[in-house]
Design a protein around this ligand. Structure first.
Ligand code: S3P
Length: 457
């Protein structure tokens, strides 16, 4: 019997639509092992620090999504030699801090906020050179003032629309001044931008944040030889420059933000048992595990270990009856990219889930609160949009429908997981966005669905 349950394009990049037709109504029994792709945040940083270092950086396990490709293309244009991207081994011949070339073309960060915001810190501190940067339609509407204004306070010359807050931006590199920036938001992109600018500053550059955001930049900067001090208690990071970075080997762990889709799929699809191998479990990223445990998920961490300065584990998830919960406060930065898929988990949980303090979701690749509320409502979920979150009354029966990703990768994949628990056919428009962070998502889902009703592995 041919399963024919999931119609995805041969190349996910080329087709904008996914259709899920459950053969059993709804889907049952997701079983198997998944190697999730490399961590997106770590992939960006490995390419950037490798480009800014002296000597060679060898990267294993790089994410081959569109976002790291944007970073690689920008830093090639700035003079780094980066080998063709592949998962086995990418080599970066660094140019050395201070030696960036002035590119003849506009640097295009595509859809990637991390590329654009982190790169701005690097460019602003390269005195005597002029750069122009832009991104796709989504990125050109996302707030850049959060990095431009603190850089300007350090002496940066950056210009753009609406008070220098929107790309395209023009940057005239300067010798920047030391500073202590008290960031109003827990954002790793803001923190990392200022720290990267601080690499070329004489003296101390400090960032204090209101809650701890992901700390991959701090870990990798230390590994590349920067003088960096972290005080986790006061959430204060100081980098003392000028620095010299030395190329390093980097092993990129699997992305917990990509694993999150399978964690929720395994929890909500009846009779499921999934093993996700080699997933990064840096504590600044594991809010999703805490949230699912609060929701009564049957989730076990196995084989915990360290790989190149980052903690890693295999995650096993089995079906369970989820319960609603409240997600707010300092937990939010630790699961900021997982709110869309947690909204799906909540729709299948007993009781009410309230997500608060998550207004940042409105300025991601799409307004993710609006996107998830409106699209889950189309499937029949009881979701109320709050100014800074969502309220979801779980347990409504979902019915397949036509939904829209708003060209947001995490929205597309979250809706595909929601469709697994819906009766009837769901069509997801704008599904090609998944290639930003997880090009193999559709084939992986196809493979797991093909195992429907096979005996346990
Ligand atoms: C990222 C930081 C987060 C996250 C984004 C990746 C990073 O953004 O949402 O996907 O790699 O630094 P914010 O810093 O804006 O919260």
């Amino acid at each position: 019997m041919s399963p024919a349950v999931f119609t995805a394009p041969e190349s996910v990049d080329s087709s904008p639509t996914w259709t899920l037709h459950p053969q059993h109504d709804p889907f049952t029994s997701l079983r198997g092992t998944v190697q999730v792709p490399g961590d997106k945040s770590i992939s960006h940083r490995a390419l950037m620090l490798g480009a800014l270092a002296q000597g060679e950086t060898q990267i294993q396990g790089l994410l081959l999504g569109e976002d790291p490709r944007s970073t690689a293309d920008c830093f090639r244009a700035l003079g780094a030699e980066i080998s063709p991207l592949n998962r086995e081994l990418v080599t970066v011949q660094g140019i050395g801090l201070g030696n960036l070339q002035e590119p003849a073309e506009v640097l295009n960060a595509g859809n990637s906020g991390t590329t654009l915001r982190l790169m701005l810190g690097v460019l602003a501190s390269h005195a005597g050179r002029f750069f122009t940067v832009t991104g796709d339609r989504s990125l050109r509407s996302r707030p850049m003032g959060r990095v431009v204004h603190p850089l300007q306070d350090m002496g940066a010359h950056i210009w753009g629309r609406q008070g220098d807050t929107l790309a395209p931006l023009a940057v005239k590199g300067q010798n920047l001044r030391p500073s202590h920036y008290h960031s109003p938001m827990a954002s790793a992109q803001v923190k990392s931008c200022i720290l990267l600018a601080g690499l070329r500053v004489e003296g101390a550059t400090t960032v204090t944040e209101p809650a701890l955001s992901r700390d991959h930049s701090e870990r990798m900067l230390a590994a590349f030889g920067a003088d960096i001090q972290v005080d986790a208690q006061t959430r204060r990071v100081t980098i003392t420059g000028p620095a010299q970075l030395q190329g390093q080997p980097v092993v990129v762990p699997g992305d917990i933000s990509s694993a999150a889709f399978w964690l929720v799929a395994g929890a909500i699809v009846p009779d499921s048992d999934l093993r996700l191998e080699n997933v990064g479990i840096n504590p600044t990223r594991t809010g999703i595990l805490d949230a699912l445990q609060q929701m009564n998920a049957d989730l076990v961490l196995e084989n915990e270990r360290w790989v190149a300065g980052e903690p890693v584990a295999d995650l096993r998830i089995r079906t369970s009856s989820l319960q609603g919960c409240t997600l707010c406060g300092d937990l939010i930065p630790r699961l900021v990219d997982e709110v869309p898929i947690l909204a799906v988990a909540a729709a299948f949980a007993r009781g009410t889930t309230v997500i608060r303090d998550a207004a940042e979701l409105r300025v991601k690749e799409s307004d993710r609160l609006r996107a998830m509320a409106t699209q889950l409502q189309k499937l029949g979920a009881r979701v109320t949009e709050l100014p800074d979150g969502l309220e979801i009354v779980g347990g409504a029966s979902l019915l397949g429908s036509e939904v829209e990703s708003f060209d947001d990768h995490r929205v597309a994949m979250s809706l595909a997981i929601a469709a697994l628990g819906a009766k009837g056919t769901t069509t997801i428009h704008g599904a090609q966005a998944a290639a930003i962070s997880y090009p193999e998502f559709a084939p992986t889902l196809q493979r797991l669905l093909a195992s429907e009703h096979k005996p346990s592995p």
